[in-house]
Design a protein around this ligand. Sequence first.
Ligand code: KIV
Length: 278
Amino acid sequence: MSERGTVSIPDLIARKGTEKIAVLTAYDAPSARILDAAGIDVLLVGDSAEMAVYGGSSTLTADMDSLVRHARAVSGAAKRALVVGDMPFLSYQASPADAVRNAGRFLAEGGCGAVKLEGGRRVLSAVDAILSADIPVMGHVGMTPQSFRKFGGFKVQGKSAGAADEILADAEALDRAGCFAIVLECVPEALAERITQTVSIPTIGIGAGPHCDGQVLVYHDLLGLSGDFRPKFVRRYAELAPVIEDAARRYLEDVKSGSFPSREETFSPDAPALRRVY
Ligand code: KIV
């Protein structure tokens, strides 16, 4: 831990092989405050917001302005966790200059401590440029959701020996370039284990088995707020949808019956509550 008790990049790198890293996505201040208080190490402001929050069918429609705004909400609330901004589709592919400008926005406007982008050797010029601006980078290989059109869907990657070698080579290139961690998404467990043993930086798995140096899940999946979307790799730690529905139903009943608001919840001229709203 750094002096202020916050999770730093060197802390995370030093955990490789000693202490597992817990990462969750976060998109707003109230949830970031709770996850941070729970001790989650890294809050990823994922472009998955486009699906989890906005109900889209892919992450391709995510944009910088919206993710920077989510990042600002998350970093304003997180006291300890490292906040990582996820670079959306087309924010880093067109030119290294674009990549630096957009990555810089996550730090300068969004209050993040690092950025994440998808791809291996094919995005090295962007990775190098961002790192040259002293912006820490988390890589992401395997089933990279921004490439789902190329993959023909959201499918496990690296199943053949040749495909596995390509993903390993991508991870090694990101490690050599100076990334501080790499997300391995939806790859066979043996490949994730091999990459984890080969690279010098922590691997963070999602659908990549137990051998990674850390794990990441999407907030809404963790809490049972993703409806019928139940990928094999998700463990739901709570079922909040029925809890929220029940609260909404009870509120509805109380409004219809007139039992909400009560006298105690109402301002009357001589009530002490009139002097203090909050
Ligand atoms: O956007 C996201 O949430 C991600 C994680 C699933 C790794 O990229």
